[in-house]
Each structure stands twice: as C-alpha cells, then as structure tokens.
Ligand binder design. Sequence first.
Ligand code: EPU
Length: 451
Amino acid sequence: MDTFVINGGRRLSGRVRVNGSKNAALPVCAAALLTDGEVTLRDVPDLADLRNMYRLLGELGCEVVRGERGGGSGGGGGGVVKTGARDQALCHARYEVVKTMRASICTLGPLVAKRGHGRVSMPGGCAIGDRPVDLHLRGLAALGCEITLEAGDIVARAPKGGLRGATVFLGGPFGSTVLGTANVMSAAVLARGTTVIESAACEPEIVDLARMLSGMGAKISGAGSPRLVIEGVKELSGVEHAVMPDRIEAGTLILASAITNGEVTVENCPVDSLLAALDRFSAMGIGVSAEGQAKDPNRVTVRVTCERVIRPVEVTTQPHPGFPTDLQAQLMSVLTLADGNSVITERIFPERFLHVAELSRMGARLFRQGPTVIVSGVKELIGAPVMASDLRASAGLVLAGLAARGTTTVHRVYHLDRGYEQLEARLNALGADIRRVDDENLAKPTVSGEG
Ligand code: EPU
C-alpha cells in the first residue's frame, strides 16, 4: 500500500489543469449501456474507479477501448474511451466489482431499460455512512420494474412491453440523490411516455449526463432544476461526449494554493458549478479571479490568491447549488489555520468526519458535536503520521500536510487515487514536496491500528 511523505511549508505556484470529472464520468459510462451504437467519451480521468467501471462494462458485454490523452500544462485534460455493446445477455454486476465502487449501481437503470432486466449486487455502507439505495429502487419501481433481492443482489425486471413513464419523487431525508437521479433518468429515457422526476438532484454531473443522453437522442428538459421531464424514445444512438471538468478537484486545487499562501493558476476550472464554494472561499480571504474572458463558464482559467490571514467562516454542506460535501474535509484543513472559530455542519453525510481525529493529531483544534464541528484556528499544524479513510478525507490530510511544519505521512493513499489522478506529481510541479512510497519501505507508523 502506498503512503505519501509530505515535507510541508512550501508555497505553491504555477499552473495546473483540472481533469475531467470522476463523478460525471461514472454515470456517463454506465449510460453507454443504453445504445447499440458506439459511445466516445473525451476528458475521462484515469482513475481506479473508472478502471473498475470499464471492467464492469466488460463483464456486462461491452467492448471498452481506451485511447490517447488530451492535455494541457500541468497535466489534466483526460483520456478518450470508446465503448460499444457486444453481448447484451450479460446483465450481472457482481459483488466483487460493486464492493470496490458504489457507482456500479448506476448500471441498473440502463440495464433494465435496454435489456429488460439487470442484476446488481447491493452496495454496502462505506466510511462516510450507510448510503442506502432505497430512492434508486423506488424510482425504478415507479417506472414499472419488479424489484427483488436475491442472494445479496438487487434484481430489476421490466414489465412486458417495457418500462412506462411515471411521476417519481426522489427526495429523501438528506435531500435528493445524485446517483439515484442518474439511474432513474437513464432508465426513463427509454420508457414509454412521460416521466417527471420531482426533487431531482440539481448537481452539474446530472446536467452533464443529461447532455450526453440528449446527444444520443433522449428528450430531457429541466436538467439542473429539481423537476426533470423526460419523454421516452424507442432507441438511442451512439454519441461523442466531453466530460465536464471536475469541480471537486478544482476546489481542492484552489484550497491547496490557499493553505500554502501560494499563487496558483488553475486552468479548465468549472467556475459556474462552484459558486457556493467560491462564495465561502471569498469570505475566507481566498481570491479566485478569472484570467481573460472564458467562452464556457465551466472551463475558466483562474488565478488564486490568498490574504496572509485566513478568516473563519460558517459553512453548511448542502445539495447543489449549496456547498458540496465533497469539499468539506479539504475546507476544514484550511480553516484549522484561520484566525478565529469556524463552524462546519455536514447535512449530506452526517458521519463524514473521519478526518477530524487525524487533523487533531496534527495539532488542529476541533470539537465535534453530531453533524457539526467547531474549528478553532491554530497558528500552525505540525507534521504527523495520519491515516486516510476515504477519498475526500485523504485530500484534506494532504492539504494539511502541505501547510504543516515538518513531515506528514499520509497512509493508505489508495483512497486518494480513486478520485485524483497523480495528485502528488501535479502538486510537486507546483512546488510541493511529496514522495509516494510503498508502506513496506517505511518505518512502522506510530499510529494505533484500525480496530
Ligand atoms: N440517500 C438515501 N437513499 C438513497 C440514496 C441516497 O437516503 O437511495 C441519502 C444518502 O445516504 C445521503 C444523501 O441521500 O445522505 C445523498 O446521497 P447521494 O445519493 O446523493 O450520494 P451518491 O449519489 O451515492 C454522489 C457522489 C458522492 C457525493 C454525493 C453527494 C458519485 C459517484 N458519488 O454519491 O461523491 O458525495 O453524490 O454529492 O457521484 C466522492 O466523490 O468522494 C463522493 C462520495
């Protein structure tokens, strides 16, 4: 297992380019199951989760070919992936694949819509919470699917004559569901008649998926709003689609610049999808200004500057357009160094605080009560061995390590690799000092075990 050894205290400067979005690319790949045609995807990041998705598509009878990378300065851009369905009799997403990648659930809607049935292992909980899929299943059931649980697998069967449009409410106790909306929308595009999804997720990744499906011939209106209206069509064609830039990676890079008091230029930044985050960054004294006039507000080159003293803020994570839960851990790292007390409340995954104990080991002053953490700013963080527990917590720890005095070792960076392509190389190109080493080659860490 790999570990990052970070020598902190270096100011970041230079240019870095944001990659294609992991969370947009995953449901978009699953939607390739909806057509007999060829699907060409551009700007797909090269990440463990995507590689798992290709393996899954292969097991579901698709041929997947990975092509050349695009690119730009500071890495980024992304690769090209082509898929085409070969054997439509294969409809089982097995436990072995699903357990490593929850987004596998997104294949259920396309499978049942196109092939009449799908079988996907029920995803379990993970480090950030229980993560149920009841809303996905409620939505598919409303379209006429018969849903059963067989040996730990969710089995969905379409009725005779195929799925039929319906009105579906996707609101849950923590708001809508992003992948649930993707799943139900991807099924409804081939249903007979009209589907209305009320309380649909408004996340930019849903807009990206709707754009791809529309390119295939689907009739979708309202993407990006809580009410999606879908007129089913008989069949969908192949498509070429460029995946949107990753707003969470962009936010992470902006915060990496800020926590080192650096001056980084971030290219391909999806500013329009990051407004709530940029609002909080601005309140903290982090300046993000566009360089020149961008044609696309989601592909802007921005210059990041930071006042010497970070100001404390109150932040509550919310569904889009609110502050994204996927930036909460990284933001917390920066706020540990603010001049005063900040309050962070997590409204999407109330247990998503595994980084709190690790940041405390670095000298952060954090007090958690339920879904809220009070962050009392300290003058400095001190390097320490810490354990990554989930993707975004890992990113938060890397940021803390960049700013800390001395050396921070972040163990289990495979979590980080699921969502950030070559993060250490890209940060090093900006002046960071991060070495990736195999755990075997490290002296035993002094942290206590997992148990
Ligand atoms: N929920 C339910 N029932 C459901 C589905 C969700 O109660 O059937 C609850 C969840 O437990 C949670 C809330 O609804 O409290 C929102 O969950 P959502 O379904 O929106 O999450 P997701 O679609 O499984 C995606 C991203 C996550 C991101 C969340 C929220 C992907 C692959 N994953 O998950 O990304 O945190 O939306 O924005 O798109 C990450 O990238 O690190 C990550 C975890």
